[in-house]
Design a protein around this ligand. Structure first.
Ligand code: HEC
Length: 107
């Protein structure tokens, strides 16, 4: 099941088919907020471009452990402090990254 959003800047999300439509709608709202926060806090280091398209990395579940993110590496320790990105913001960002549509493999 795929929730596709209108507009070129929007990212599509992929939710488990077992997830009820009302819950999916709720997650989609959180993902929209998370996308905005990702653009502000993460994209400058993590979004790449290929063929003119923005590529947001497909982090896996292990990489998206909330408590780990802040201490993953020295760059994060300095840039992702609690005062810069609150726990709530980080959680929205991680929800967005977990459910965003995976990148097609570019050949
Ligand atoms: C100032 C640059 C910078 C910012 C801002 C930044 N990161 Fe990173 N991030 C890095 C670097 C450098 C690495 C380590 C190399 C890599 O895997 O790309 C990394 C690694 C990661 C990893 C991989 C961890 C692993 O286990 O391999 C994840 C997930 C991640 N970042 C998520 C985020 C999220 C989410 C944000 C925003 C809240 C963010 N980063 C903001 C620089 C940054």
């Amino acid at each position: 099941m795929l929730v596709r959003c209108a507009g070129p800047k929007k990212v599509a999300y992929e939710f488990p088919t077992a997830m009820a439509p009302a819950i999916q709608a709720e997650y989609a709202k959180q993902c929209d907020k998370g996308k905005i926060l990702y653009d502000i806090n993460c994209s400058r280091c993590h979004t790449t471009k290929a063929k003119g398209k923005e590529i947001i990395p497909d982090f896996n579940a292990l990489q998206l452990e909330t408590y780990q993110i802040r201490i993953t590496n020295e760059t994060h320790e300095n840039n992702l402090t609690e005062t810069k990105v609150t726990a709530e913001e980080l959680s929205l960002i991680l929800t967005f990254l977990a459910y965003k549509k995976k990148n097609e493999v570019l050949k």
